[in-house]
Design a protein around this ligand. Structure first.
Ligand SMILES: Nc1ncnc2c1ncn2[C@@H]1O[C@H](COP(=O)(O)OP(=O)(O)OP(=O)(O)O)[C@@H](O)[C@H]1O
Ligand SMILES: [Mg+2]
Length: 451
């Protein structure tokens, strides 16, 4: 008896420890079974308590009265499917007449407490069917990406969402994106994850890193061109505009429009070209974009205008030519001068890490998802890397990228260095790695200030 009690106490302690230190393992071993049992046992009473039931149909009441049976009870949404996942449970519910998806969404916090889950979110799948995703623990505390993701060309699994699903950066769906955040909030780590995800793909990477290249230059072997100061950045962007124009000429040459070519076969972007003709797509990563927009004298102002004009042109026309922008910065608003808000309007994908004030959050979401602004300001300073990701559809998610160290990213880039395409327009800006190690320290530059 004593041995049994001791074993029981030891197992309970082990389970408690697992739950505290390794919630993901706890979930996979015990948590998931307990949660399934809890949801199935409590389902009816929880739905009733949360106000998610409807009275029985009139014909049922009439029938019960006619045959003198007890009156039927109120009905909850029917469970179509209950699927355990790596991080939680997914319930698919068939709504009863008179219910809508908003009822479930409005009750999600009540459901979360009633089922003792960490998070509950819902979305409509089709008319009358709602998916409720529950997470068993805080999946963003220690991000572990699932082993299997759904790989597609130009789609990078970059972070985990709060509901346990994978957040993809899909360049073909959302060509250009803006990532904002205060200093030390996790922008560069997010961008590093993107580079690590893009490295194994057939894509050219171009980096502009005005922090003297500290973030992107270690990854140089996978980059087709790199710029570490605004002068080089202006030249690289000009070269990209030339490349864009050449790509359009190529697409024009391949269109071969005659009366008998069906509309669907007329090439309008690089993805419509055959694989042997298709120019390699280019992702342009800009870290600390504000550095490109600051100037101290007339000459720097001219350079700034040239840079912003090229960026705006790439943002407006680059998509069909396979040129995608990924811009990171601490702030990106009209105080950086003319052309900035025009550029921002073209950056459909928005991600905001922790920001210190509402105006910074407004720069990311003010024009697309006002409630995401509040969520961005509420990100706690100690959870670096936590971010709000939205898009122009108005939807947003809380996401966090895995903590990829610079060493890991360098290893991935070196492993895929042979994939680095040589773009003729950008050849002068390709960084030979040997020069990185031997390069003398650059002379100290006076720091630019806003004019
Ligand atoms: N997803 C993450 N998970 C865990 N830790 C993170 C994550 N992202 C960032 N961090 C931590 O935050 C630190 C700062 O991140 P990062 O360099 O990306 O910030 P930043 O926003 O680029 O700052 P700056 O504007 O100063 O360049 C990192 O060194 C890392 O320790
Ligand atoms: Mg940074």
């Amino acid at each position: 008896m004593t041995a049994f009690t001791v074993t029981l106490v030891l197992v309970a302690a082990a389970v408690g420890l697992l739950r505290w230190r390794r919630p993901a393992w706890y979930w996979l071993t015990f948590g998931v079974t307990l949660a399934v049992v809890r949801v199935l046992v409590r389902y009816g009473s929880v739905m009733e308590a949360c106000g998610l039931t409807v009275p029985p149909a009139r014909w049922r009441l009439a029938l019960a009265r006619a045959i003198n049976r007890p009156l039927p009870e109120s009905r909850s949404p029917r469970i179509l499917r209950l699927r355990p996942t790596r991080t939680g449970l997914v319930l698919r519910l068939k709504l009863r007449p008179g219910q809508d998806a908003f009822d479930i969404a409005a009750a999600s916090d009540r459901l979360r407490h009633s089922f003792s889950m960490y998070g509950v979110a819902s979305r409509e799948l089709r008319s009358g069917v709602v998916e409720v995703r529950m997470t068993g623990y805080d999946v963003l505390k220690r991000v572990q990406m699932p082993g299997e993701t759904d790989p597609r060309p130009m789609r990078v699994p970059v972070a985990l969402r709060q509901d346990g699903s994978v957040h993809y950066r899909d360049y073909r769906a959302i060509p250009h994106a803006l990532t904002l955040g205060a200093t030390e909030s996790g922008k560069s780590v997010y961008q590093r994850n993107l580079v690590a995800g893009l490295a194994p793909m057939d894509v050219a990477l171009v980096g502009i890193d005005c922090k003297q290249g500290v973030e992107l230059f270690p990854l140089a072997r996978r980059f087709s061109a790199l710029a570490d100061d605004p002068d080089t950045a202006a030249e690289v962007l000009d070269a990209l505009v030339v490349r864009m124009e050449r790509n359009y000429q190529l697409i024009r040459a391949q269109q071969r429009i005659t009366a008998d070519v069906p509309d669907a076969e007329i090439a309008a972007d690089i993805w419509d070209l055959t694989a042997d003709l298709r120019p390699v797509p280019v992702v342009v990563l800009v870290d600390e974009v504000a550095e490109l927009a600051l100037y101290a004298n007339k000459e720097e102002e001219r350079r700034r205008d040239r840079i912003i004009t090229s960026l705006v042109r790439l943002a407006q026309l680059g998509r069909a030519a396979g040129i995608y922008l990924e811009i990171c910065g601490q702030r990106f608003g009209s105080e950086l001068g003319k052309g900035i808000t025009m550029l921002r309007a073209q950056l459909t994908g928005r991600t905001a890490h922790r920001v210190n004030d509402e105006t910074s959050a407004n720069m990311a979401f003010g024009d697309i998802a006002p409630d995401a602004v509040l969520a961005a300001i509420q990100i706690p300073a100690e959870t670096r890397g936590l971010a709000i990701a939205g898009d122009s559809s108005g939807g947003w998610h809380r996401i966090r990228a895995p903590h990829t160290s610079l060493r890991q990213a360098v290893n991935i880039c070196n492993r895929h260095a042979h994939r680095t395409p040589d773009l003729p327009e950008l050849a002068p800006y390709r960084h030979a790695l040997s020069t990185l190690a031997d390069a003398p320290l650059p002379p100290a530059k006076p720091s630019p200030a806003t004019a």
